[in-house]
Ligand binder design. Structure first.
Ligand SMILES: NC(=O)c1ccc[n+]([C@@H]2O[C@H](COP(=O)([O-])OP(=O)(O)OC[C@H]3O[C@@H](n4cnc5c(N)ncnc54)[C@H](O)[C@@H]3O)[C@@H](O)[C@H]2O)c1
Length: 342
């Protein structure tokens, strides 16, 4: 039977794809988003959009008034590792306070299922080939860990969730995404951040000639080609993980690392972009960026075993192709799509 789900950040990149999957599965969806990074056009018409900010308790109260939610999926937040190194308190403050405001409302309204978008950035430099759920978040000798205030803000919310369960009985799932990427295969949903900080959309803009060069931060890491290794997981596979975990929530709270288990270097991804687009573009190597870790690759054994989740998009070329389709069709992103729709 369809449930009613409150999706914060549902006008954003991952949230909008998840809304599409929820609707397709027969659920009813209310999106709560301040539209600072999100896009009205990314909210499918079958979902209800409530525009509001999680920092504003009255706005949250309005989203709960007269509605009964079976579960909350919390995607909203500030998401840039680099920005968090410059503005730590924006992350340690807002990301945490907004989650607390939402959990307070959940507790007050008896909503006892909560899915939280966390990140592999909670893990410090583990030195491990792949990261399972028991990997150290804060190695004993690390003065500060996770590696960035962004990661720390997510880790703090993970800790707060444990209290929300203990005191208020809220069952939660933590999904720690590795690098979300790609776009919906047939609906006009895609990645459109301002500023864009993610590798694939930036590289696609280079291929489109919208950027002069691709800047790569660090080619002297201890990795096979010197550039950082990341685990790229298609956004529709992430959405599928949300659906699966929703069905499992009543069995107990749990954290899952959500990645493919395969690492791709920055150079390998740029090669995939060249293959898919057929365009070469200049690349400039720059010094390392604060907060970046050399290697972040998931060990997805737990989510595979417990939720039966496996990524449908296994090849990096296929992932890039789905992103390229929409980037090429709408280089100006959702703003352009809105103008085209009149
Ligand atoms: N994109 C990734 O690779 C990735 C990786 C790991 C974790 N995550 C996490 O997944 C979630 C979604 O990421 P995304 O890439 O879709 O980001 P996004 O910026 O596209 O989406 C976030 C949405 O939340 C909204 N929002 C932000 N602050 C808000 C507030 N205070 N009140 C109401 N709405 C607010 C934004 O307008 C936006 O629509 C984030 O929590 C992010 O930290 C993303």
């Amino acid at each position: 039977m369809g449930r009613t789900i409150l999706v914060t950040g549902g006008a954003g990149y991952v949230g909008s794809h998840c809304v599409a999957a929820l609707l397709e599965a027969g659920h009813r969806v209310v999106v709560f988003d301040n539209l600072h990074q999100g896009h009205r056009e990314a909210v499918l018409p079958q979902a209800e959009l409530v525009v509001g900010d999680l920092a504003d308790r009255d706005a949250i109260a309005a989203a709960f008034a007269g509605r009964r939610y079976d579960a909350i999926m919390h995607f909203a937040g500030n998401i840039q590792v680099g920005e968090s190194m410059r503005r730590p308190f924006l992350y340690l403050g807002d990301n945490v306070q907004c989650a607390v405001n939402l959990l307070e409302a959940a507790a007050a309204h008896g909503v006892s299922r909560f899915v939280f978008s966390s990140t592999c950035a909670i893990f410090g430099a583990t030195g491990r080939a792949s990261i399972d759920e028991d990997a150290p978040v804060a190695p004993e000798d690390a003065p500060v860990a996770p590696g960035s205030p962004y990661g720390e803000s997510k880790y703090l919310v993970e800790r707060i969730l444990a209290w929300a369960e203990r005191v208020h009985g809220i069952r939660y799932a933590i999904l720690r995404y590795f690098n979300a990427c790609g776009a919906h295969p047939h609906l006009p949903l895609f990645e459109d951040h301002d500023p864009e900080t993610h590798l694939i959309p930036i590289a696609l803009d280079c291929a489109l000639g919208r950027r002069e060069e691709m800047q790569v931060f660090g080619n002297d890491y201890d990795t096979p080609d010197g550039t950082c290794l990341r685990d790229y997981v298609h956004v529709c596979d992430l959405a599928a993980a949300h659906l699966r975990v929703l069905d499992r929530l009543d069995a107990g709270s749990r954290a899952y690392n959500v990645g493919s288990g395969n690492g791709h270097s920055v150079r390998e991804v740029l090669d995939a972009v060249r293959r898919v687009t057929g365009v070469d573009f200049p690349v400039r190597m720059l010094p390392r960026r604060p907060g970046d870790l050399p290697r972040l690759v998931a060990d997805p054994s737990r989510i595979r075993a417990e939720l039966g989740w496996t990524p449908r998009y296994a090849s990096i070329d296929e992932i890039v192709s789905t992103a390229w389709r929409w980037r090429r069709a709408h280089p100006g992103g959702y703003a352009e799509l809105a103008r085209a729709r009149g």
